[in-house]
Design a protein around this ligand. Structure first.
Ligand code: DAV
Length: 374
Protein backbone atom coordinates (compact mmCIF):
# COMPACT_ATOMS: atom_id res chain seq x y z
CA UNK A 1 0.00 0.00 0.00
CA UNK A 2 1.21 3.38 -0.88
CA UNK A 3 1.01 5.61 2.16
CA UNK A 4 1.49 9.18 1.29
CA UNK A 5 3.17 11.28 3.93
CA UNK A 6 2.14 14.90 4.04
CA UNK A 7 5.05 17.07 3.11
CA UNK A 8 4.58 19.28 6.07
CA UNK A 9 2.74 18.57 9.31
CA UNK A 10 1.63 21.27 11.63
CA UNK A 11 2.01 20.31 15.24
CA UNK A 12 0.36 22.53 17.77
CA UNK A 13 0.94 22.09 21.45
CA UNK A 14 -1.61 22.93 24.10
CA UNK A 15 -0.46 26.25 25.51
CA UNK A 16 0.99 26.32 28.97
CA UNK A 17 -1.82 28.14 30.72
CA UNK A 18 0.52 29.60 33.33
CA UNK A 19 2.53 31.28 30.63
CA UNK A 20 -0.18 33.80 29.79
CA UNK A 21 -3.15 35.22 31.52
CA UNK A 22 -6.45 33.84 30.32
CA UNK A 23 -9.21 36.47 30.42
CA UNK A 24 -11.34 33.81 32.13
CA UNK A 25 -10.07 32.97 35.60
CA UNK A 26 -12.00 32.51 38.81
CA UNK A 27 -11.65 29.94 41.58
CA UNK A 28 -14.16 30.95 44.22
CA UNK A 29 -17.01 33.32 45.03
CA UNK A 30 -15.03 35.98 46.94
CA UNK A 31 -11.69 36.89 45.32
CA UNK A 32 -11.54 40.51 44.04
CA UNK A 33 -13.86 40.78 41.03
CA UNK A 34 -12.32 42.07 37.79
CA UNK A 35 -14.77 41.15 35.02
CA UNK A 36 -18.40 40.13 35.02
CA UNK A 37 -21.20 39.28 32.59
CA UNK A 38 -24.51 40.99 33.40
CA UNK A 39 -27.73 39.58 31.92
CA UNK A 40 -30.38 41.45 29.95
CA UNK A 41 -34.17 41.16 30.30
CA UNK A 42 -35.15 42.64 26.94
CA UNK A 43 -37.04 40.08 24.90
CA UNK A 44 -37.81 37.83 27.90
CA UNK A 45 -40.65 35.37 27.33
CA UNK A 46 -42.78 33.69 30.03
CA UNK A 47 -42.47 29.88 30.01
CA UNK A 48 -45.59 27.77 29.48
CA UNK A 49 -47.18 26.04 32.48
CA UNK A 50 -46.00 22.49 31.87
CA UNK A 51 -44.58 19.61 33.94
CA UNK A 52 -41.20 21.26 34.52
CA UNK A 53 -42.63 24.68 35.29
CA UNK A 54 -45.18 23.30 37.73
CA UNK A 55 -42.53 21.20 39.44
CA UNK A 56 -40.32 24.16 40.15
CA UNK A 57 -42.37 27.33 40.44
CA UNK A 58 -44.28 28.38 43.56
CA UNK A 59 -47.93 27.31 43.22
CA UNK A 60 -49.23 30.90 43.58
CA UNK A 61 -47.52 31.67 40.26
CA UNK A 62 -49.79 29.36 38.23
CA UNK A 63 -52.15 32.14 37.17
CA UNK A 64 -49.27 34.30 35.90
CA UNK A 65 -47.93 31.45 33.76
CA UNK A 66 -51.38 30.51 32.51
CA UNK A 67 -52.02 34.09 31.47
CA UNK A 68 -48.65 34.93 29.91
CA UNK A 69 -47.07 31.52 29.08
CA UNK A 70 -45.41 31.69 25.65
CA UNK A 71 -45.87 35.48 25.50
CA UNK A 72 -43.41 38.27 26.25
CA UNK A 73 -43.17 39.51 29.85
CA UNK A 74 -45.31 42.63 30.28
CA UNK A 75 -43.44 45.70 29.06
CA UNK A 76 -43.50 47.65 32.35
CA UNK A 77 -41.83 44.69 34.09
CA UNK A 78 -39.07 44.64 31.47
CA UNK A 79 -38.53 48.38 31.69
CA UNK A 80 -38.25 48.50 35.47
CA UNK A 81 -35.90 45.50 35.60
CA UNK A 82 -33.77 46.97 32.80
CA UNK A 83 -33.36 50.15 34.79
CA UNK A 84 -32.09 48.13 37.77
CA UNK A 85 -29.69 46.10 35.62
CA UNK A 86 -28.35 49.36 34.18
CA UNK A 87 -27.82 50.57 37.75
CA UNK A 88 -25.88 47.39 38.52
CA UNK A 89 -23.70 47.90 35.43
CA UNK A 90 -23.00 51.48 36.51
CA UNK A 91 -22.02 50.29 39.98
CA UNK A 92 -19.59 47.70 38.57
CA UNK A 93 -18.02 50.33 36.31
CA UNK A 94 -17.63 52.77 39.20
CA UNK A 95 -15.74 50.02 41.05
CA UNK A 96 -13.39 49.53 38.09
CA UNK A 97 -14.94 46.17 37.10
CA UNK A 98 -15.22 45.31 33.39
CA UNK A 99 -18.79 44.48 32.32
CA UNK A 100 -19.86 42.33 29.36
CA UNK A 101 -23.44 41.78 28.20
CA UNK A 102 -24.96 38.87 26.25
CA UNK A 103 -26.79 39.23 22.97
CA UNK A 104 -30.49 38.54 22.87
CA UNK A 105 -32.02 35.92 20.64
CA UNK A 106 -35.58 36.23 19.36
CA UNK A 107 -36.93 34.26 22.31
CA UNK A 108 -40.52 34.68 21.14
CA UNK A 109 -39.93 32.82 17.92
CA UNK A 110 -40.82 29.15 17.95
CA UNK A 111 -37.77 26.91 17.85
CA UNK A 112 -37.60 23.20 17.18
CA UNK A 113 -35.42 20.15 17.60
CA UNK A 114 -36.26 16.75 16.06
CA UNK A 115 -38.26 15.97 19.22
CA UNK A 116 -40.24 19.03 20.22
CA UNK A 117 -41.09 22.68 19.60
CA UNK A 118 -40.81 25.49 22.12
CA UNK A 119 -40.11 29.17 22.54
CA UNK A 120 -37.12 30.63 24.33
CA UNK A 121 -36.88 32.27 27.75
CA UNK A 122 -34.32 35.07 28.18
CA UNK A 123 -30.66 36.01 28.59
CA UNK A 124 -31.29 37.49 32.03
CA UNK A 125 -29.46 34.92 34.17
CA UNK A 126 -25.92 34.20 32.98
CA UNK A 127 -25.32 32.39 36.31
CA UNK A 128 -27.60 29.57 35.21
CA UNK A 129 -25.83 29.03 31.90
CA UNK A 130 -22.14 29.69 32.50
CA UNK A 131 -19.67 28.81 35.22
CA UNK A 132 -15.99 29.60 35.34
CA UNK A 133 -13.80 26.99 36.99
CA UNK A 134 -10.17 28.05 36.92
CA UNK A 135 -9.41 29.21 33.38
CA UNK A 136 -12.29 27.23 31.85
CA UNK A 137 -15.62 28.64 30.84
CA UNK A 138 -18.24 25.89 31.07
CA UNK A 139 -21.51 26.20 29.20
CA UNK A 140 -24.26 24.21 30.95
CA UNK A 141 -26.49 21.88 28.94
CA UNK A 142 -29.66 23.10 30.77
CA UNK A 143 -32.83 21.03 31.30
CA UNK A 144 -35.73 23.22 30.22
CA UNK A 145 -36.77 23.23 26.57
CA UNK A 146 -37.23 26.99 26.78
CA UNK A 147 -33.52 27.25 27.60
CA UNK A 148 -32.15 24.79 25.05
CA UNK A 149 -30.65 27.50 22.84
CA UNK A 150 -29.95 30.07 25.58
CA UNK A 151 -26.20 29.43 25.50
CA UNK A 152 -26.07 31.08 22.07
CA UNK A 153 -26.77 34.45 23.71
CA UNK A 154 -23.25 34.13 25.20
CA UNK A 155 -21.45 32.55 22.25
CA UNK A 156 -20.03 35.79 20.89
CA UNK A 157 -18.52 36.52 24.30
CA UNK A 158 -17.31 32.94 24.62
CA UNK A 159 -15.60 33.10 21.22
CA UNK A 160 -13.86 36.32 22.22
CA UNK A 161 -12.63 34.77 25.46
CA UNK A 162 -11.54 31.66 23.57
CA UNK A 163 -9.54 33.69 21.06
CA UNK A 164 -7.86 35.42 24.00
CA UNK A 165 -6.75 32.11 25.50
CA UNK A 166 -9.60 30.82 27.66
CA UNK A 167 -10.55 27.18 27.71
CA UNK A 168 -14.20 26.63 26.81
CA UNK A 169 -16.26 23.51 27.34
CA UNK A 170 -19.87 23.11 26.25
CA UNK A 171 -21.53 20.14 27.95
CA UNK A 172 -23.54 17.66 25.84
CA UNK A 173 -27.17 18.70 25.74
CA UNK A 174 -29.93 16.29 26.68
CA UNK A 175 -32.50 15.72 23.95
CA UNK A 176 -35.20 17.04 26.31
CA UNK A 177 -37.50 14.60 24.53
CA UNK A 178 -40.46 13.27 26.53
CA UNK A 179 -38.45 10.41 28.07
CA UNK A 180 -35.99 12.85 29.61
CA UNK A 181 -38.70 14.12 31.99
CA UNK A 182 -40.27 11.94 34.65
CA UNK A 183 -44.02 11.97 34.10
CA UNK A 184 -44.53 10.33 37.50
CA UNK A 185 -43.06 13.31 39.33
CA UNK A 186 -45.60 14.79 41.73
CA UNK A 187 -44.66 18.22 43.12
CA UNK A 188 -46.99 17.66 46.08
CA UNK A 189 -44.87 14.66 47.07
CA UNK A 190 -41.29 15.86 46.74
CA UNK A 191 -40.02 12.95 48.88
CA UNK A 192 -40.89 9.33 48.22
CA UNK A 193 -39.62 6.64 50.59
CA UNK A 194 -37.39 9.32 52.15
CA UNK A 195 -35.69 10.17 48.86
CA UNK A 196 -35.94 13.52 47.11
CA UNK A 197 -37.74 13.31 43.77
CA UNK A 198 -36.92 15.26 40.62
CA UNK A 199 -38.84 15.89 37.40
CA UNK A 200 -35.83 14.96 35.24
CA UNK A 201 -34.49 11.45 34.80
CA UNK A 202 -30.93 10.11 34.80
CA UNK A 203 -31.14 9.09 31.12
CA UNK A 204 -29.05 11.97 29.79
CA UNK A 205 -26.58 14.54 31.10
CA UNK A 206 -28.21 17.69 32.51
CA UNK A 207 -27.20 20.54 34.76
CA UNK A 208 -27.57 24.26 35.25
CA UNK A 209 -24.39 26.09 36.23
CA UNK A 210 -26.12 27.69 39.24
CA UNK A 211 -26.31 24.37 41.08
CA UNK A 212 -22.52 24.54 41.57
CA UNK A 213 -20.69 26.72 44.09
CA UNK A 214 -16.92 27.19 44.15
CA UNK A 215 -14.53 27.06 47.10
CA UNK A 216 -11.17 26.85 45.31
CA UNK A 217 -10.23 23.18 44.93
CA UNK A 218 -13.55 22.13 46.41
CA UNK A 219 -16.75 22.52 44.43
CA UNK A 220 -20.14 21.79 45.95
CA UNK A 221 -23.12 20.80 43.84
CA UNK A 222 -26.66 19.62 44.46
CA UNK A 223 -28.99 17.47 42.43
CA UNK A 224 -32.01 19.56 41.54
CA UNK A 225 -34.93 19.95 39.19
CA UNK A 226 -32.40 20.78 36.48
CA UNK A 227 -29.22 18.99 37.57
CA UNK A 228 -28.86 15.20 37.64
CA UNK A 229 -26.16 12.76 38.70
CA UNK A 230 -24.83 12.36 35.17
CA UNK A 231 -24.47 16.13 34.86
CA UNK A 232 -22.47 16.24 38.09
CA UNK A 233 -20.28 13.37 36.88
CA UNK A 234 -19.66 15.14 33.57
CA UNK A 235 -18.33 18.21 35.39
CA UNK A 236 -16.24 16.06 37.76
CA UNK A 237 -14.53 14.26 34.88
CA UNK A 238 -13.86 17.35 32.82
CA UNK A 239 -12.50 19.91 35.26
CA UNK A 240 -9.42 17.91 36.17
CA UNK A 241 -7.90 16.16 39.13
CA UNK A 242 -6.94 19.33 40.98
CA UNK A 243 -10.61 19.82 41.87
CA UNK A 244 -12.84 17.83 44.22
CA UNK A 245 -16.54 17.83 43.44
CA UNK A 246 -18.78 17.16 46.45
CA UNK A 247 -22.42 16.32 45.95
CA UNK A 248 -24.48 17.77 48.80
CA UNK A 249 -28.15 17.70 49.68
CA UNK A 250 -30.06 20.26 51.70
CA UNK A 251 -33.68 20.45 52.81
CA UNK A 252 -35.17 22.50 49.98
CA UNK A 253 -37.91 20.14 48.76
CA UNK A 254 -37.91 21.75 45.28
CA UNK A 255 -34.28 22.66 44.65
CA UNK A 256 -33.24 24.59 41.57
CA UNK A 257 -29.92 26.44 41.92
CA UNK A 258 -27.91 26.41 45.11
CA UNK A 259 -27.36 30.18 45.36
CA UNK A 260 -30.18 30.92 47.80
CA UNK A 261 -29.20 27.98 50.04
CA UNK A 262 -25.49 28.40 50.85
CA UNK A 263 -23.46 31.52 50.12
CA UNK A 264 -19.70 31.47 50.76
CA UNK A 265 -18.55 35.00 51.57
CA UNK A 266 -14.87 34.60 52.44
CA UNK A 267 -12.44 31.84 53.42
CA UNK A 268 -13.92 30.31 56.57
CA UNK A 269 -17.23 32.20 56.33
CA UNK A 270 -20.44 30.81 54.92
CA UNK A 271 -23.94 32.25 54.98
CA UNK A 272 -26.74 29.69 55.19
CA UNK A 273 -30.48 29.65 54.63
CA UNK A 274 -31.92 28.42 57.96
CA UNK A 275 -35.03 27.00 56.33
CA UNK A 276 -33.14 24.55 54.11
CA UNK A 277 -29.78 24.08 55.85
CA UNK A 278 -30.12 22.14 59.06
CA UNK A 279 -26.73 20.53 58.81
CA UNK A 280 -23.65 21.42 56.82
CA UNK A 281 -21.19 18.79 55.57
CA UNK A 282 -18.41 18.03 58.09
CA UNK A 283 -15.87 19.85 55.94
CA UNK A 284 -17.29 23.13 57.34
CA UNK A 285 -16.66 22.26 60.98
CA UNK A 286 -13.98 24.93 61.42
CA UNK A 287 -15.93 27.56 59.43
CA UNK A 288 -18.02 30.43 60.81
CA UNK A 289 -21.60 29.64 59.88
CA UNK A 290 -23.61 32.83 59.47
CA UNK A 291 -27.32 32.14 59.74
CA UNK A 292 -29.29 34.45 57.46
CA UNK A 293 -32.20 36.43 58.87
CA UNK A 294 -35.53 35.92 57.09
CA UNK A 295 -36.17 37.90 53.89
CA UNK A 296 -37.41 41.46 54.44
CA UNK A 297 -40.73 40.66 52.75
CA UNK A 298 -41.66 37.20 53.98
CA UNK A 299 -44.15 36.50 51.22
CA UNK A 300 -43.95 38.11 47.83
CA UNK A 301 -46.54 36.92 45.34
CA UNK A 302 -44.60 38.56 42.49
CA UNK A 303 -41.91 35.89 42.83
CA UNK A 304 -43.08 33.69 39.97
CA UNK A 305 -39.93 31.61 39.61
CA UNK A 306 -38.44 31.42 43.04
CA UNK A 307 -38.80 31.23 46.79
CA UNK A 308 -38.70 34.32 49.01
CA UNK A 309 -35.03 33.64 49.70
CA UNK A 310 -33.76 35.69 46.77
CA UNK A 311 -32.54 37.95 49.57
CA UNK A 312 -29.47 35.67 49.79
CA UNK A 313 -28.77 35.81 46.06
CA UNK A 314 -26.01 38.38 46.42
CA UNK A 315 -22.64 38.92 44.76
CA UNK A 316 -19.30 39.44 46.44
CA UNK A 317 -16.94 42.10 45.08
CA UNK A 318 -14.24 40.78 47.41
CA UNK A 319 -13.97 39.26 50.88
CA UNK A 320 -15.60 42.30 52.47
CA UNK A 321 -17.88 44.03 49.98
CA UNK A 322 -21.07 42.35 48.85
CA UNK A 323 -23.89 43.67 46.67
CA UNK A 324 -27.30 43.20 48.32
CA UNK A 325 -30.84 44.32 47.45
CA UNK A 326 -31.45 47.57 49.29
CA UNK A 327 -34.70 46.64 51.01
CA UNK A 328 -33.19 43.54 52.63
CA UNK A 329 -32.59 45.52 55.83
CA UNK A 330 -32.27 42.59 58.29
CA UNK A 331 -29.64 40.95 56.07
CA UNK A 332 -27.77 44.23 55.54
CA UNK A 333 -27.61 44.79 59.31
CA UNK A 334 -26.47 41.22 59.95
CA UNK A 335 -23.72 41.50 57.32
CA UNK A 336 -22.43 44.71 58.93
CA UNK A 337 -22.40 43.04 62.32
CA UNK A 338 -20.34 40.18 60.89
CA UNK A 339 -17.78 42.68 59.55
CA UNK A 340 -18.83 42.88 55.90
CA UNK A 341 -19.46 46.01 53.88
CA UNK A 342 -22.80 45.54 52.10
CA UNK A 343 -23.43 47.68 49.02
CA UNK A 344 -27.23 48.07 48.78
CA UNK A 345 -28.77 48.56 45.34
CA UNK A 346 -32.40 48.61 44.15
CA UNK A 347 -33.04 45.24 42.48
CA UNK A 348 -36.56 44.21 43.48
CA UNK A 349 -38.02 44.69 40.04
CA UNK A 350 -35.63 42.05 38.77
CA UNK A 351 -36.88 39.48 41.30
CA UNK A 352 -39.98 38.44 39.28
CA UNK A 353 -37.66 37.13 36.54
CA UNK A 354 -36.34 34.57 39.01
CA UNK A 355 -33.17 35.90 40.57
CA UNK A 356 -31.24 38.68 42.20
CA UNK A 357 -27.69 39.97 41.70
CA UNK A 358 -25.97 36.56 41.83
CA UNK A 359 -28.26 35.06 39.19
CA UNK A 360 -27.98 38.16 36.99
CA UNK A 361 -24.19 37.79 36.74
CA UNK A 362 -21.36 35.40 35.95
CA UNK A 363 -18.01 36.33 37.40
CA UNK A 364 -15.59 35.82 34.53
CA UNK A 365 -12.43 36.88 36.30
CA UNK A 366 -11.47 37.27 39.93
CA UNK A 367 -7.92 38.07 41.03
CA UNK A 368 -6.64 35.05 42.93
CA UNK A 369 -5.12 31.62 42.79
CA UNK A 370 -6.27 28.04 43.21
CA UNK A 371 -6.28 27.28 46.93
CA UNK A 372 -7.58 24.65 49.29
CA UNK A 373 -9.81 26.06 52.02
CA UNK A 374 -10.60 22.86 53.86
O1 DAV B 1 -34.77 30.18 46.16
O2 DAV B 1 -36.18 29.54 44.67
C1 DAV B 1 -33.75 30.67 43.17
C2 DAV B 1 -32.41 30.67 42.53
C3 DAV B 1 -32.47 31.21 41.19
N1 DAV B 1 -31.24 31.01 40.46
C4 DAV B 1 -35.04 29.75 45.04
C5 DAV B 1 -33.91 29.52 44.07
Amino acid sequence: MNVRTPRKTKVTKAPDIDSYLSPVRSYNEWDPLEEVIVGVVEGAVVPPWDLITQATMPSHAASFFKKYGGKPFPKPMIEKATEELDGLVKLFKSLGITVKRPETINFEEECATPWWKSRGLYAAMPRDVLIVIGDTLIEAPMAWRTRYFEGYAYRKLAHTYFKQGARWLAAPKPSMANGFYDERYDSDRPYKRGKKQFPITEEEIAFDAADFVRFGRDILVQKSHVTNGLGIEWVRRHIGSEYRVHEVEFDDPHPMHIDTTIVPLAPGKILVNPEWVHKLPDMFKSWDVLVAPPPAKPFDSALYFSSDWLSLNMLSIDEKRVIVEKEEAPLIEALKKWGFEPIPIPFRNFYPFGGSVHCATTDVRRRGTLESYF
